[in-house]
Design a protein around this ligand. Structure first.
Ligand code: SAM
Length: 349
């Protein structure tokens, strides 16, 4: 006689005593939610976009993002990073941050609210963002030399706008200001040493990121990636470095201070030193799909369920089930690797 095996019953973390914690099937605690609030962008960075206006995904209304984020937070998310596309283009951003700053985590703490931006509009927005309740900002900047920078962004005047934005963010107290620099061999790897000086001069944490195969076009090869080891060696020759312990176990960046104690850099090495085993992240796209990994081949239509009238409890069950399916790791560089259907600008970096 055939025995039917019941589907596993997944626990809703809220039904357990104690603070809610979201855990995937590999035992990783998921506490970091990245939310793309638009996939529009005012830059056309050569390593990210083709320069054509490609497919754009719908955006949710601000109260809809808020409802979904609140459900994640009640399940155990402690940190929300707003991203895009370019999040500063999104109408209603300040209202969203104001509302998020009122949320409390499952342990009663303030939610940690961060934002990743290209910085183009940050000069005038840094102070209002801070007042609305934003804690920290990461600004993308892929060169310290103006002509190199503008060859990458393809926007005249972008260098001075971003530099002003970075300084405004510091003045507004969005600290520490972190700078993300994606390195590509032959494009901007000549900027590495200058960035080390820039970090000290501008009092910012520069984080170099290994280029991942997430571009709209077809640029990625293993050879174009500038590996962590090379970055550390090259900076170390100019300014000796000391490795620092991670701030928390899920931290993506390897941290280094300069030997004289003045300044810090970080290196995010998803290609040569993958950190999937400690991944604590989940993403929500601008059109309300959950992505459990940057390289997921499937998306989970949380917004579709919400639009169909699902209750908060049903949506939370859906989130828990989805997170349970989080991939063990990515497969960059392995035979059979498949790029995801969306590029970085449409996922939300
Ligand atoms: N517009 C905002 C910005 O410029 O920061 C947020 C979105 S952007 C997609 C987020 C981050 O992803 C940026 O720091 C960008 O440099 C990085 N990024 C884009 N494509 C990447 C790739 N293929 N590999 C690694 N990082 C990438």
């Amino acid at each position: 006689m055939a025995v039917s095996v019941p589907a596993p019953v997944l626990d809703n973390p809220l039904s357990k005593p104690g603070p809610a914690r979201l855990r995937d099937s590999h035992g990783r605690v998921i506490h970091d939610l990245r939310v793309s609030i638009t996939d529009r962008c005012n830059y056309k960075c050569v390593y990210c976009r083709t320069g054509e206006v490609g497919a754009q995904y719908p955006e949710l209304a601000i109260p809809e993002y808020l409802r979904l984020i609140r459900l994640f937070v009640d399940l155990g998310i402690t940190k929300v990073r707003l991203t895009g596309g370019e999040p500063l283009l999104r109408h209603g951003l300040l209202d969203l941050i104001r509302e998020l700053s009122q949320l409390r985590t499952s342990t009663g703490q303030r939610l940690d609210i961060a934002l990743t931006t290209n910085g183009h509009l940050l000069d005038s927005l840094a102070a209002p963002l801070r007042q609305a309740g934003l804690d920290r900002v990461t600004v993308s900047m892929d060169a310290v030399e103006e002509p190199v920078f503008e060859r990458i962004t393809r926007v005249p005047g972008s260098y001075s706008a971003v530099l002003a934005g970075i300084r405004a963010a510091r003045a507004a107290g969005l600290l520490p200001v972190k700078i993300n620099c994606v390195l590509l061999r032959g494009f901007n790897d000549d900027q590495i040493e200058s960035f080390a000086h820039f970090a000290r001069r501008e009092d910012v944490i520069v984080r170099f990121i290994e280029f991942m195969p997430l571009e709209e076009g077809r640029l990625w090869t293993p050879e174009i990636v500038v590996p962590l080891r090379e970055i550390v060696e090259r900076i170390g020759r100019v300014l000796p470095l000391l490795e620092l312990p991670p701030n928390d176990p899920g931290e993506t960046a390897r941290r280094y201070s300069f030997a004289d104690g003045k300044g810090e850099i970080g290196i995010i090495a998803p290609v040569t030193q993958a950190f999937c085993g400690a991944c604590s992240r989940v993403r929500l796209t601008s059109d309300g799909k959950i992505r459990t990994c940057l390289f997921s081949q499937v998306e989970h239509d949380l917004y579709g369920h919400m639009r169909a009238g699902a209750s908060d409890e049903e949506l939370q069950q859906y989130i828990v089930r989805t997170i349970n399916q989080k991939e063990a790791r990515h497969h960059i560089g392995e035979p059979g690797f498949l790029k995801p259907s969306r590029s970085m600008v449409h996922i939300g970096g």
